[in-house]
Design a protein around this ligand. Structure first.
Ligand code: NOJ
Length: 609
C-alpha cells in the first residue's frame, strides 16, 4: 500500500481535499537547518538539498519559518518586506525552486504568515509614523499619552508586552504612542481598518499563494482583534507598571469575523489553502472550537499551548521562573485536547516542539544518560505518533536533539525574549531572581531549539562549513551519535525509529491518526497509558509509555494488556512496536513489565504484511 498522498505534479493532491489531516508536517527553522554557502547562517538552497532526507523520513508538508526581508530582531517575525526573501536565506528564485522541489517530491510547502505586526522598518509603518494625517496612519494603532497625578507622561494602558516592558512606545515625531504586543520594533497592524486588511490579503497572502505555496502557519492568529476601548488590565503584580493583559487583546470582539473574512477572501479561493493558527492564551475547548469547527469556515486547525507551556511560571512576568509539574498534569492536558473534538466537525494538531520552546527530550524525557536519552526520545516519538490530529515535527526532534549544555552562559542565548527577561531580572537587582531566571532559561528558553542542526560528526556538525562561524554555537557535548549521519545507518536509532513509526501511523491511520482516545491510569505519575479505537473497524491499540527511569509493572496497577484490548482468551494481543533495541528485548514476553522509558503498542488484531 502506498501511504503517500497522490499528488498531481502541479499543485493538488488528487482525490483528497483534506490531505492535511493525515499529513506529517515538519517545521524548518531556516537559519539553523543547513547552510549551503558557508556564511554560518542556514539558507533555502540548504533546505532544498535536504528535501530527500525529509521525504525519506515520511514528511508530507514542510512548514518554513519566516525567510522574508527583515531586520532579524525577532528572527524574521519582524518583517520589513513581505514579498522579498532575506538575502542570507537566498533569493525569490530560490524560494520558487523550493516550492517546485517540494511539489516534485509530492510534498507541500507552507510559509509563516506574520500579520499581527510588521517590523518598524516596513514602509507601511514608516508612512504611518510620518504624520497624523498620512493615509496609512490608521493602519497601526496610535494613541495619545496619559499623564499621572504628578504630570508624568504614561502609556495609554498598563499592558505588558511579551518581551518585557510596556506594549506602547512613544513616537517623538507625532507625539503619540503606538501599540506593540511584542517588541517595540514590531508595531501591531490595525485590523479594524478595511484597507489595511485588504493590503494584508493581497500583499502577504495572495502574492505567495499565486507563486504556488500551499498554505500558512498563521502567527498569533487570535490577536488581530483588540478591545477598542483600551481599558487598563487588573493589577496582578502590585507595584509593577506593566500588567498581563491578554484578555484585552486576545480573542477580541471581531476576531472570528476577521478570520472568516481571511478564509473566504483568500484561503478558500486558493484551493482551500492549508491554515494552521497559533492560538495562545486560549486554554478552554469551548474557546478553541469556534476557530476549528469546519462549519465555521475559519481555520483547518490550531496549536493550543497548555501542554507545551508546562513548567513555565505563566505567560508573562513569571514565564521563566520554572515550576515543576507532575506527569498527571501533562497527561490531563493531552487527554483534554485529544477528546475535545469528539462528536464535533473540528480537527486538531499534535506537537511537542517548535522554535519557541526547549527541546522535548530535555523537558519531558530524560537526558541523564545515553540510554535514557535514546529511550526517552523514542518514547516521545511513540507518544506523539499515536495521538489523534495532524502531527507536527520540529527539525531535530527526529534525532533527539537536546537543550544547550547547562554550563553555557547567557552570552550563548541570542533570542530577544530571553534577553528581555534576563535583563529585567538583572535590573531588579535581586540575585535570587537572576539565578532563578537563568535556571528557567536553561530549560525553557526559545534558544535551545534554534541551535544548529546536527548532521554529522564534523566541526560545526555539518550545519555549515568547518571554517565558518555559525550564528549560534553548535552543541559541543551532545550524546554520542546524536546526528543524522550516525543514525541514518541504524534502523534502531531515534531517527530509524521515527521512520518506522511514521509508516505505522499512516498504515493504521484509522486508529492512530483518527481514533478515539481513551485515557487509562490518569493519576499514575510514571506511566502514560491510553487506548486508541477505530470508529468503524472495532480495532484497538493500547499505548504503554513508561515516563520514568524505573522499571514499571502493569500488574500492580491491575491492568492487563489482553483484558484492556478485549482479546478473547485464545487470541493474543499483538505487539505492534516497542522502543527497545533488539538486544534489550529479552523479557518482553511478559507484557506487564516495562523497562525504564520504554514505550510499546499492542493491538487487538493480527498485523498486516
Ligand atoms: C510567535 C512566534 O512563534 C514567535 O517566535 C514570535 O516571537 C512571535 N509570535 C511574534 O511574532
Amino acid at each position: 500500500m502506498n501511504h503517500r498522498l497522490h499528488h498531481d505534479g502541479k499543485n493538488g493532491w488528487v482525490g483528497k481535499t483534506q490531505y492535511w489531516k493525515d499529513a506529517v508536517v515538519y517545521q524548518v527553522y531556516p537559519a539553523s537547518f543547513k547552510d549551503s554557502n558557508g556564511d554560518g547562517w542556514g539558507d533555502i538552497p540548504g533546505v532544498i538539498s535536504e528535501l530527500d532526507y525529509l521525504r525519506d523520513l515520511g514528511v508530507d508538508v514542510v512548514w518554513l519559518s519566516p525567510m522574508f526581508e527583515s531586520p532579524q530582531k525577532d528572527m524574521g517575525y519582524d518583517i520589513s518586506d513581505y514579498q522579498a526573501v532575506y538575502s542570507r536565506y537566498g533569493s525569490l528564485a530560490d524560494l520558487d525552486k523550493l516550492i517546485s522541489s517540494c511539489h516534485e517530491r509530492n510534498m507541500k510547502l507552507i510559509l509563516d504568515l506574520v500579520v499581527n505586526h510588521t517590523s518598524d522598518e516596513h514602509p507601511w509603518f514608516k508612512e504611518s509614523r510620518s504624520s497624523k494625517t498620512n493615509p496609512k496612519r490608521d493602519w497601526y494603532i496610535w494613541k495619545p499619552a496619559r499623564y499621572d497625578s504628578d504630570g508624568n507622561r504614561i502609556p495609554p494602558t498598563n499592558w505588558r508586552s511579551y518581551f518585557a516592558g510596556p506594549t506602547w512606545t512613544w513616537d517623538d515625531n507625532t507625539e503619540e504612542y503606538y501599540l506593540h504586543l511584542y517588541g517595540s520594533f514590531q508595531p501591531d497592524l490595525n485590523w479594524e481598518n478595511p484597507s489595511c486588511r485588504e493590503a494584508i490579503y493581497q500583499d502577504t497572502m495572495r502574492f505567495w499563494l499565486a507563486r504556488g505555496v500551499d498554505g500558512f502557519r498563521i502567527d498569533t492568529v487570535n490577536k488581530y482583534s483588540k478591545r477598542t476601548d483600551f481599558p487598563d488590565a487588573p493589577i496582578t503584580f502590585p507595584g509593577e507598571p506593566n500588567q498581563p493583559a491578554a484578555e484585552m487583546w486576545c480573542n477580541g470582539p471581531r476576531i472570528h469575523e476577521f478570520i472568516r473574512e481571511m478564509q473566504a477572501k483568500v484561503l478558500t479561493p486558493y484551493n482551500h489553502a492549508l491554515s494552521v493558527g497559533e492560538l495562545s492564551n486560549t486554554p478552554l475547548p469551548s474557546q478553541v472550537l469556534p476557530y476549528v469547527s469546519a462549519a465555521n469556515r475559519e481555520l483547518d486547525m490550531v496549536f493550543e499551548f497548555s501542554m507545551i507551556r508546562l513548567g513555565t511560571g505563566g505567560a508573562f512576568q513569571d514565564k521563566y521562573l520554572y515550576q515543576p509539574y507532575p506527569l498527571s498534569q501533562l497527561k490531563a492536558h493531552v487527554a483534554t485536547w485529544q477528546t475535545f473534538l469528539e462528536g464535533t466537525d473540528a480537527w486538531h494538531t499534535v506537537f511537542c516542539e517548535n522554535h519557541d520552546n526547549g527541546r522535548a527530550v530535555s523537558r519531558f524525557g530524560d537526558t541523564s544518560s545515553h540510554q535514557n536519552w535514546e529511550r526517552s526520545a523514542k518514547a516521545i516519538c511513540l507518544w506523539q505518533a499515536t495521538l489523534t490530529g495532524t502531527l507536527f515535527l520540529y527539525q531535530g526532534q527526529e534525532i533527539g536533539m537536546v537543550n544547550m549544555p547547562r554550563e553555557w552562559g547567557i552570552q550563548e542565548y541570542k533570542d530577544c525574549e530571553s534577553m528581555g527577561f534576563y535583563q529585567e531580572a538583572v535590573a531588579s537587582g535581586d540575585p535570587d531572581r537572576i539565578s532563578k531566571t537563568m535556571d528557567g532559561l536553561r530549560i525553557l528558553a526559545r534558544d535551545h531549539a534554534r541551535l544548529p542542526f546536527q548532521w554529522d560528526d564534523s566541526t560545526n556538525a555539518g550545519f555549515t562549513s568547518e571554517r565558518a562561524v555559525p550564528w549560534m554555537r553548535v552543541h559541543d557535548s551532545a550524546f554520542e551519535g546524536l546526528n543524522v549521519n550516525r543514525q541514518r545507518e541504524d534502523e534502531e536509532s531515534v531517527l530509524g525509529f521515527y521512520k518506522t513509526v511514521l509508516k505505522l501511523r499512516k498504515k493504521y491511520g484509522e486508529l492512530l491518526i483518527h481514533g478515539a482516545f481513551r485515557h487509562l491510569l490518569p493519576e499514575d505519575e510514571a506511566l502514560f497509558v491510553y487506548v486508541k479505537e477505530g470508529a468503524e473497524s472495532g480495532r484497538k491499540a493500547l499505548v504503554l509509555l513508561n515516563f520514568s527511569r524505573e522499571e514499571q509493572d502493569l500488574s500492580t496497577r491491575q491492568l492487563s494488556v489482553a483484558g484492556t484490548l478485549g482479546c478473547e482468551e485464545s487470541q493474543e494481543a499483538t505487539l505492534l512496536i516497542t522502543t527497545l533495541r533488539e538486544g534489550e528485548r529479552p523479557g518482553i514476553e511478559s507484557p506487564e513489565q516495562l523497562k525504564p522509558w520504554e514505550g510499546r503498542v499492542y493491538v487487538n488484531f493480527v498485523e498486516e504484511a
